[in-house]
Structure formats: structure tokens, C-alpha cells
Design a protein around this ligand. Sequence first.
Ligand SMILES: CC(C)(COP(=O)(O)OP(=O)(O)OC[C@H]1O[C@@H](n2cnc3c(N)ncnc32)[C@H](O)[C@@H]1OP(=O)(O)O)[C@@H](O)C(=O)NCCC(=O)NCCS
Length: 161
Amino acid sequence: MMRWINRLFARGEPALSEAGARDAHAIARLHGISFRRGWSDGEFERLLIERNVVAHRATRGRTLDGFILSRLAANEAEILSVAVSPSRRGNGLARALLNLHLRRLAGLGAQAVFLEVDEDNAAARRLYARAGFQEIARRAGYYQHAGGNTATALVLRRDLV
Ligand SMILES: CC(C)(COP(=O)(O)OP(=O)(O)OC[C@H]1O[C@@H](n2cnc3c(N)ncnc32)[C@H](O)[C@@H]1OP(=O)(O)O)[C@@H](O)C(=O)NCCC(=O)NCCS
């Protein structure tokens, strides 16, 4: 019965809500398949119980489709990670998560949001450009790719006021 109910919810549109320590395992799993260097359940658990960490998730039933996570310090926030499940990409989910997240950060007093993105990550760059982020610095050789190649990190900023 429970499995049937879960399957029913898993078919619909994802619901967006705040994420917490109970989501650490699912977030670590999605992070692990989305990035070259994964973070452990414990690392996410520690982050998600920090008072100044803000996190949102997209779920269908018990299935995690996406998440976004930031740390807020004084009136500035840094987006630490965002990912959408590979089978759910390209449907505007990251955009919806980012919009909700930025509204929440603004509500908590953030005046500017920063992040680092791989210059070669076309999807993420488009996501941030559409949300009004602008490049403020470049860090050459910042990311290690498979095979020993490196890539440039772009530091982006968006003002919320
Ligand atoms: C980056 C990521 C979160 C985007 O998630 P998503 O739900 O597919 O994104 P959306 O559907 O909301 O699309 C956001 C924008 O990116 C564009 N986009 C999506 N996939 C793309 C691709 N493969 N190449 C180019 N642009 C792409 C969309 O067209 C959209 O732009 P638009 O609003 O101008 O049409 C997802 O690809 C992902 O999880 N990647 C692995 C983890 C990662 O790289 N995170 C970012 C680290 S900084």
C-alpha cells in the first residue's frame, strides 16, 4: 500500500520545500552522481544542521529530484551546491529551485549572493546568467577534470537589493 502511494506521488510535479538533516543521505547520493568529487552523508548532515545554512529540495513522494544549498554570513550568501537528478534535467527545475532559494535568502537579509561555476558547465552558466548573476572573477586551473585536465572557475555575483 505504502509503495503504491509513493509511486502515485512520484509521478506528479515535484514539490519544492526546505531541506533539512533528514535529507542528507538523498542529497549526498544525488550530489555524488552529479559531481566528480562527492560529499559524504556526514558532511551534508553537518552542513544541514548549521544555523546559517539554507537548503531547498524538489521531491516527488519520497524521491529527491533536486536540491540547492547556501551558507549565509552577515549579509552575503554563497551557493555551495545545486543539482538536479539526471533524468529530470532540462525541465526548469533548477530555475524553480534557484528562484525560491534567492527569495528565501533575500528574506533572511542577504544582499548579495556568490558562487563558483566551472567555465565548461554550459547548463549551470545558463541557469545563473538567466537569474541575473554576473562574472566578477576567474580562477584558472581551479577544477581538476578526469585525465588531469584543469578548468577555470568563474566567480559570479548577484545583488539581491
Ligand atoms: C546545472 C543543473 C543544476 C541544471 O538543472 P536543470 O533542472 O536541468 O536546469 P533548468 O532546466 O532549470 O535549466 C536552466 C537553464 O539551463 C539551460 N540548460 C539546461 N541544460 C542545458 C545544457 N545541457 N546545455 C546548455 N544549457 C542547458 C536551460 O535551457 C535553461 O536555460 P533557459 O532558461 O535560458 O532555457 C543540472 O544540469 C545539474 O544538476 N548538473 C550537474 C550538477 C551541476 O553542474 N551543478 C551546478 C554546479 S555550479
